[in-house]
Design a protein around this ligand. Sequence first.
Ligand code: ZN
Length: 506
Amino acid sequence: MNPEKAYAELVRLSRDETVLSSCVDLLEWDQEIYMPRDGVEHRSDQSALLAGLVHDRGTNPRYGELLSAIEGSDFISDPDSPEAVNVRELRRGYDRDCKIPRRLVQELARATARASKVWAQARKENDFKSFAPWLDKVFALSREEADAVGHNGDRYDALLEDYEPGMTAEKLSALFTRLSADLVPLVDSLRGQEAPPNVLEGNFDLDRQRVFTDSIVSAMGFDFDGGRFDLAQHPFCTMIGPGDVRIGTRYFQNHIGRGIFAGLHEAGHALYEQGLDRAHYGTPMGEAVSLGIHESQSRLWENLVGRSEGFWLHFYPQLQGSFHEAFQDVSLETFRRAVNRVEPHLIRVEADEVTYNLHIIVRFELERALLSGDLAAADVPGAWNEAYQRYLGVTPKDDRSGCLQDIHWADGLIGYFPTYSLGNVFSAQIFSAAEAAIGPLEDAFAEGEFLELRRWLGDNIHRHGMRYRSEALIERVTGNSPDPSALIESLSQRYRSNAGTSAGRA
Ligand code: ZN
């Protein structure tokens, strides 16, 4: 087969598959935002039918023939060319899909649907015992999946590959050991810090919160002609296609911080999607690198931009204008300290940016032990509580606020948690590289100027799609391999000075 023709057909197959799967995404978006409750049954029929079609296309043997025709020729010379990247990544996805037997795919889907239901009930009733057999079942099936995909002795690597291609458990373990060695003492040193007045709680009009958040994401460069913001039960961001990136977010009447920062977080994801190269839509060159890199974009805007002094120098007067009663007597410094408050507690999704990574390290340790068989599901509550005491100095009073808090394992998402912390690690490295290239950014933020940072991220990260794996991309952009020092330095600098000015004590 002529390799050029084979490549053209390969791109067509990949585009068609992506377009079809974007219809599933649109149905899911509608289900979150608009669908009436009674539509759920017909919607699951629609989604299941389309998901089956997407799966059939993904495992079409024609992929194998076309890929072999290209790989056996001298059609590709430069390993970083779009053609090489597309062939490399399509081969990876195709092989993976073909290696997992259809029976296992269906069994996983059934078991995780059931396990998620049992988990929701168990969490409500604080009854871990009823969930334990399902947790064992999900991990047993995940072991089967890892073995089907193949690995070099560590099954965890095979699962991780799905979310963070190229990353391994060993590398993660080394990175997290360094991260926790510095984070635990940092958290300890902040423990005695006088808590800032909690000015984020009160009564805040939801519409005004939405208008204020819209003005922030406009300043960040979110393109409202190529995207939407809607109200949803849980924050999310989904790309339907070029020119159509949608965010769902939620505001809380009694807390002004949660909605704004969730909006900034999702907008960070959306800028990445809007910054992908449209010419490559439907192929790996037009897709995000990994979950870790995706999360680095959301965390960068949420934490490194959104919690900075410069950012609030610009936006706080507007916030005071919108919520005059709540903030007329609150100084900028008091407000800034309130959005930078550190306090170890039990719930991951409510954690501040300093303690957050310790929540992830606990989950990484436990899911590795569960997968290897060193830990049985029945022993999870004890292991969980011990790890929380060791890393965060707190012990859950029940499993609801302990090992039953996250849906991920019930949903079969094993190897997913670490990408949250990788995102934090990468975000600090990327932000520091951006400042090295552009100059200090806080002064620009104080002027309401965010577009230069957005452009730099677009040039250095977004437009490359999957050209480089996450580690290679970080090395290219920052000059260093993935490394927690930038995050530790950034957190120490910002939070230690916080403690110093607030309490004025050693
Ligand atoms: Zn995110």
